[in-house]
Write a protein that binds this ligand. Sequence first.
Ligand code: SF4
Length: 360
Amino acid sequence: MPPAESIAPSSQKASALRRALLGWYDRARRNLPWRRDCDPYRVWISEIMLQQTRVETVIDYFNRFIAAFPTVSDLARAREDRVLKLWEGLGYYSRARNLHAAAKTIAGRGKFPHDAAGWRELPGVGRYTAGAIASIALGERAAVVDGNVKRVLARLFLIEAPIEAAASVELCWSLAERLVPPKRPGDFNQAMMELGARVCLPRKPLCSECPLRAHCAALKANAVERLPVRKAKPKPPHVQVVAAAIRKNGRYLLGRRPPSGMLGGLWEFPGGKVEPGETYEEALERELREELGVGVRVGERVVSVDHAYTHLTVTIHLYRCELIEGEPRALHHTEIKWVARSRFGQYAFPKANLKFLDLL
Ligand code: SF4
């Protein structure tokens, strides 16, 4: 791996690169709701939402969230259920819980952190997010490196090593820190990310429209299509899951998942993973005995839906079930409730569950 000093541009070339990129950004930047001002609260909310999520998806969520919680004090005072409901479908729910916890800390102190190091002390704020908030909202000369920036840097500087390797990531940070200018650091960082999202695309990048083509080592070396180098990822495991629609007096039994862990704090239909050698019906009977302490008669299958998370894929089989023994208790969930179908809209469900709510 070459050291950053050996591939970083001279200060003259770096200035030309910055000028070209910022000139393009001034002409081509998208008009996004969080770009209307540099308010730290709005920048922070947008950066957390944008982690692992596309800009097009985030826009509506951002507008609804800001309308519901216009200030950090409003967010700090909100019930977690309401925060999760506004996050419903966006995924990575620990982001919402961390955001809520951090809002309470900020509201308690009565002020936002004043630099990247201060932001990094808050839950859910890592090196990238702290750099983004500090550069955009505070004008601090802090770098950002996300997936888009890594791709742009790998091509600009002909980084041939696998881009996710720790040494490559560190090299990207070092290059980004050298490139980010003292003036307009936030615009420069947003321009790098936007170039990656709209021009320096993973496949078929639009090099003829790129403001950095004169600076791009991969273009000169005819290596654009093969960079960045990625190690083949193993296929995520597939899991069969069963879930129960248990109805009593016109209401369905829902459980709230424990706060820590995947989908923490969301509401779901009780059930769980099918173990090897079990039929779906046997798995559901076992899960409901373990989770709720009840015996059930498993009825017709309502639907089977597929859903993909980043690290696994699942098929959820939803069955109608009838209670035949015991009163349900929250042995696994933090809370259970009987909820009328017409009130489902008040509860935050995992995206996979949203796929079958309308069938009940
Ligand atoms: S010239 Fe092509 S490969 Fe190089 S930075 Fe621009 S879009 Fe990416």
